[in-house]
Design a protein around this ligand. Sequence first.
Ligand code: SF4
Length: 370
Amino acid sequence: MAGIYVHIPFCARRCIYCGFFSTVREKEAARYVNALCSELSQRREYLQGASVTTVYFGGGTPSRLTLGQIGQVIDAIRNTFGLDDLKELTIEYNPDDITREYVSALRALGVNRISMGVQTFNDDLLRFLGRRHTSRQAADAVCICGESGIDNISIDLMYGLPGQTAAIQQQDLDVATSLNVQHISSYCLSYEQGSPLESMRIQGLITPADDDTCAQMYDRMCTHLRDAGFEHYEISNFCKPGYHSRHNSSYWDGTPYLGVGAGAHSYNCTTRQWNPNDLDAYMTAVETGHPQFELEHLSATDQYNERIMLALRTAQGLNLSALTPQDRLSVLHSAHALIKDGLLLHENNHLRIPEQKMFISDSLITTLFK
Ligand code: SF4
């Protein structure tokens, strides 16, 4: 089993909080898509023959590509790796790009999951964030996807936004759960270095939500989504039964994946590699047949720490039976005090973080590192 991630860095304009590698140079799209197809071919050995079960187009804004360009990349993946075992083909979509014709055509190309960056259903906050869509457009986009035959729809929400009151967050959750979506990813706003939002914070133009407010919002979200029938299967991810993201789950369970495109990361159990965050450098390197990337060999300690970090992000937790006897002893030794304080649960041969402590999971997880 393996996954393929395709990074599409183009956006119509930049949101003020963005920390992803993205660019407004959309006129480079045709050249970039050709480079993606070349890179797929140049790196055909990376997955060592593992069958591809998930493909994910992320960005940036993949819906800025034409249908022909998306089809070109899917064909290149099929021709290079085969797609006979494909279970999930996701594309990230911006709500104001959606039309019935486009979604129907995506379905015909094999897309069976759409992930939409909604962030909030409050129009004032959407304008503040620099999003291109309105609350109405986001709700309509979900309906269009459903009516066009996509029955696996995910939306992204944010909490901890400046000026986002408890009532505004509640309204976001009410609208989200009134729509026919099967999956919700929700992230606390972060202040990315170099972003306009971070400059506003430094200049004192906005007041960030404090940690207590964010923790309360996280609790409210967990309770509301659970009551609405969503399973909380990873720190930031909720789904209706059976609708977890297979592609993202493979990141957490250590399945190899190949990432193609500028800034994309890859993993094959023993190494991680990442492409340059630079559109021109990426395309030129691939076009000359010398793809550039940085490579990190994962030591036994790196692999141990990574396994713990990724597994404890999930509701299922860390399967102790899958560790060597020595690693099992080591992690149980480090976990002893946390288990005693109720910050970790040890049951059914798994270690897991209880939902009410998920918000502080980062500090708990690093306690267990070697
Ligand atoms: S749409 Fe996404 S990738 Fe593009 S600028 Fe906004 S946050 Fe960044």
